[in-house]
Write a protein that binds this ligand. Sequence first.
Ligand code: GLN
Length: 490
Amino acid sequence: MSLFKLTLKDLQGKFIRGEISAVEIVRSYLLRLTQVEPKIKAYVTLRDKESLLTQAGAIDQSLRGWRKTQPLMAMPLAIKDNICTKGLRTTCSSRILDEFVPPYDATVMARLNTHQPLILGKTNLDEFAMGSSTEHSAYGPSRNPWNQKYIPGGSSGGSAAAVAADECVAALGSDTGGSIRQPAACCGVVGLKPTYGRVSRYGLVAFASSLDQIGPITKTVTDAAMLLNVIAGHDLLDSTSSRQDVPDFTKALKKRDVKKLVIGVPQEYFAEGLDSEVNGKVQEAIRTLQDLGGTIKEISLPFTEKAIATYYLIATAEASSNLARYDGVKFGLRAKESKELAEMYRQTRSQGFGPEVKRRIMLGTYALSAGYYEAYYAKAQAVRTLIQQDFSDAFQNVDVLVSPVMPTPAFPLGERLEDPLQMYLSDVYTIPSSLAGIPAISIPCGFSTMGLPIGVQIMGRPFDELIVLRVAHAYEQATTWHTKRPVIRS
Ligand code: GLN
């Protein structure tokens, strides 16, 4: 079997047992990348072959004699291109950062690097993670490995496509309103958004700081738990990172049932706008969870319908403030032809940002401006609290919540590009849990008649990733969806 088809756990097992070398892993993936990357376009930047082979050679050399490995040693990973990688270009898929090479590593990278993984490259995203399809990338969209005429989802579409197309064994993404879970659903892989504060945001290029969170995109739930084990934990460099204990997340996977667990089904997530095929598959998943011993309970999250409006005020307000730093002075692009400072700012930002980023900056600046602040931003914050309250009320009676990830399967490239509201609606089911800061996972639960993957979402209490992973794993073990891989034709 080709190495690139293996899950992280299986590849790791073979490597730790000494059955394969790091150089063999690199060679297998380089071959895979040559075959499929021209069609999928998952990456913005690929590490050069020589440096990968040199790193792999050094790893193999160091293991001669005494074989002491770490869980992610020699594992070929892909990193979303809004996570700073020291010495490796980090663009956020924006022209404004086209040539930006970070002088430091994000905390997640520093943690990964202690294991000596093989970082294959940086994956495509919607510019500054604003979008649901990768079509807002300055480098063009990535393709859905199941059908290249369709979006891979976004904004972590490159990471999800790379995992689904076997162009890396696992990846990191970031999720602000659904950007890990929605592309995972579109590409038929697993995507976990941890609790806000579980993983350090230091070195994650900020979009909306009160929502942003880094998490794994993988082939299985076990692989997601393995990656989370490495990246989770308190970090002095991020004051919003939590001091909560970090359990061994793979422990959650021992139990293969959901006995004694109450599984809530929020009725607002099954209302108007939900595609009937997605509904059918998610209902089937709920029945499977019932068969596995779960008690199903219908519940209500009444403020769900306010979530999109709330999110697009808070996220844009934070984005307009975070993106003020791109002024042509400190980072990245600087417009050359301007004669004085204000003109240089204006031209740099006009040339450097794409249309969606400009739209968000304008919306956010408006929401924060004097006279409108109370009416929009402050109101949105108040409603965010009500949405959080909805979830904490629900979790008095249930252990997890189950819902669709996205109202439809992946849509064709170009379909929603001219209609921002339609694009924003891709995230109706992921945004509420982002606003509440709770953990949520997307796992595959079937295919549409068009052959496109469908995902089911499992949400849990704050810092209860263990239960989320346990339920997801039990479901995964009872089904075969996670074993399906796309055939990529030229
Ligand atoms: N699609 C949503 C947006 O455009 C969420 C993006 C994200 O989670 N980064 O804002």
